[in-house]
Design a protein around this ligand. Structure first.
Ligand code: DX5
Ligand code: ZN
Length: 217
């Protein structure tokens, strides 16, 4: 099982964005998580294409884009062209995820399907075999710095068992409230990728914090 860390840009210092990107480039983090919010699907607005362009130019790590927007199908092509490596969207935001997954694949990006903590796994499990990754939200999408919802462990184990029983290689990503106090338990429960925003960017030493999250320090 892999232990991939995807620090979330949402908690970066946008006044010194280049410094934070350089830190990510130097660090042992595998990916960079990019949270896009539209103020409609979630009650918050984050950032969009101009920031993507900066990341595309300056960041050496794959961009793991998490769309928290309605009508993700309208924006997949532009995010792919703006440098996304992986594109994820919420199952509950759409009627049928399949055409959007096809579009993401056609643009050469990795596919990820996401659900909020209150969404039945029935909205996720039928697609697990067709996507590169599933993202289980461990807080309600919308803001960084929220408290981890412990029911996530049970959901994580359910999805882990489903993947193992079906001999699949789909990755499981956990997003929201991840820190050094719960990372090891999440790895043990079967997570492959941990997103961490405030835990990384608000740490005294973010690079060391990334190693701690991986359990290497
Ligand atoms: C929440 C975002 C998360 C968030 C995580 O809507 O999807 O990626 O930035 O931030 P922390 O790690 O601070 O909970
Ligand atoms: Zn996210």
């Amino acid at each position: 099982m892999s232990r991939i860390i995807s620090p979330s840009m949402l908690s970066a210092d946008f006044g010194h964005l280049s410094d934070d990107i350089q830190m990510i480039n130097r660090s042992q983090a595998e990916w960079l998580h990019v949270d896009v919010m539209d103020g409609v699907f979630v009650p918050n607005i984050s950032f969009g294409f101009p920031i993507m362009e900066v990341l595309k130019k300056e960041c050496t790590k794959p961009l793991d884009v998490h769309l928290m927007i309605t009508h993700p199908e309208r924006y997949v092509e532009r995010f792919a062209d703006a440098g996304a490596w992986s594109i994820g969207f919420h199952s509950e935001a759409v009627d049928d995820p399949r055409p959007i997954l096809d579009l993401i694949r056609k643009k050469g990006c990795r596919t990820c399907l996401t659900v909020n903590p209150d969404i039945s796994l029935d909205r996720l499990l039928p697609y697990v075999a067709e996507v590169d990754m599933v993202l289980l939200m461990s807080v309600f999408a919308g803001y960084g710095g929220q408290r981890f919802i412990p029911e996530t462990y049970e959901r994580l184990r359910t999805v882990r068992n489903f993947i193992d029983e079906n001999g699949l290689s789909t990755l499981i990503e956990i997003d929201g409230g991840v820190n050094t106090g719960n990372a090891e338990q999440l790895w043990q429960a079967g997570a492959d990728v941990l997103v961490a925003g405030s835990a990384v960017f608000h740490a005294g030493n973010p690079e060391k914090e990334i190693l701690r999250l991986k359990g290497e320090l």
